[in-house]
Design a protein around this ligand. Structure first.
Ligand SMILES: [Zn+2]
Length: 269
């Protein structure tokens, strides 16, 4: 079964799989096996990958993004939508908002990834595919809480941020903070996938909210948000035409399969 559209979810993203027929696949990659589900929605078929593993056993800093991207590529995915639970760095971006990211800041030294086998310096002047972004924006525009642009600060985790870190990240120009979205965006680009990400605000950053932050609350909030997003995500998946090269980021001809080593995006030196 091949799927040209994929969705990657994490904490609280299970509603994407609920209520639809699905097939489970175990895909072999050079980094080890990866589980991918094929979801048969009413109007669209797409691949779903849980970035923490189907049993939610892999912490953010240990996710093998390269393996995930290679598995999705092997399933035929070209257009990939990431769904992330994030903390808000702004009080005017409340819980329940969801942000179609347009840039990121790798705010802490992110854990080393496996990375491509050859030396590559990937262009991230536009980290997210504008074709995907405009499709998603069209579908989600009418949803309450939708923001069509925003910057994610990527942190290592798995702990949450301190109040001082939240203030610092806001001053750096970020709107939301998360642990998995930034390395995933880079890995997707390195794998030659068209990638866009929807950051769902599950909590206000520490210091913006008097309550203590607990993972269980984040997960519950995320499930509510994702459940409301599912019909729109399926509409996006149904509307995507992945058969032609992407006219925006020019990624129809994959630059790196993750399964071979033929980089085309490396700088000459
Ligand atoms: Zn693209």
């Amino acid at each position: 079964m091949m799927c040209t559209v994929g969705i990657v979810g994490g904490t609280g993203s299970r509603p994407i799989m609920r209520g639809s027929r699905r097939e489970e696949h175990r895909v072999a990659t050079r980094w080890g096996p990866v589980d991918v589900a094929v979801i048969f929605g009413e109007t669209a078929v797409f691949a779903y990958l849980h970035r923490h593993g189907m049993g939610h056993t892999v912490p953010p800093h240990a996710i093998r993004h390269e393996a995930n991207m290679a598995a999705l590529r092997a399933m035929g995915v070209r257009d990939l939508i990431g769904i992330n639970a994030v903390g808000s760095l702004r009080t005017d971006l409340p819980v329940g908002s969801f942000v179609l990211l347009d840039d990121f800041i790798a705010a802490q030294s992110v854990p080393p990834r496996d990375g491509p086998t050859a030396v590559r310096h990937t262009d991230v002047s536009r980290p997210y595919c504008e074709r995907l972004r405009s499709m998603i924006a069209r579908e989600l525009a009418a949803c309450p809480g939708f923001r069509s642009a925003g910057v994610m600060a990527g942190v290592v985790g798995p702990r949450f941020e301190t109040a001082s870190e939240v203030r610092m990240l806001r001053q750096l120009g970020a709107d939301v903070v998360g642990m998995t979205g930034v390395p995933e965006a880079v890995a997707a680009r390195e794998a030659g996938l068209c990638y866009a990400a929807i950051a769902c605000v599950t909590n206000l950053g520490v210091g913006l909210n008097p309550e203590r932050l607990r993972h269980a609350d984040v997960e519950l909030e995320m499930e509510t948000i994702v459940a409301t997003l599912v019909p729109s995500l399926i509409a996006v998946a149904a509307a995507l035409d992945s058969s032609a090269p992407c006219p925006v980021c020019g990624m129809g001809d994959y630059c790196c399969s993750g399964l071979s080593s033929s980089p085309t995006n490396a700088l000459n030196s």
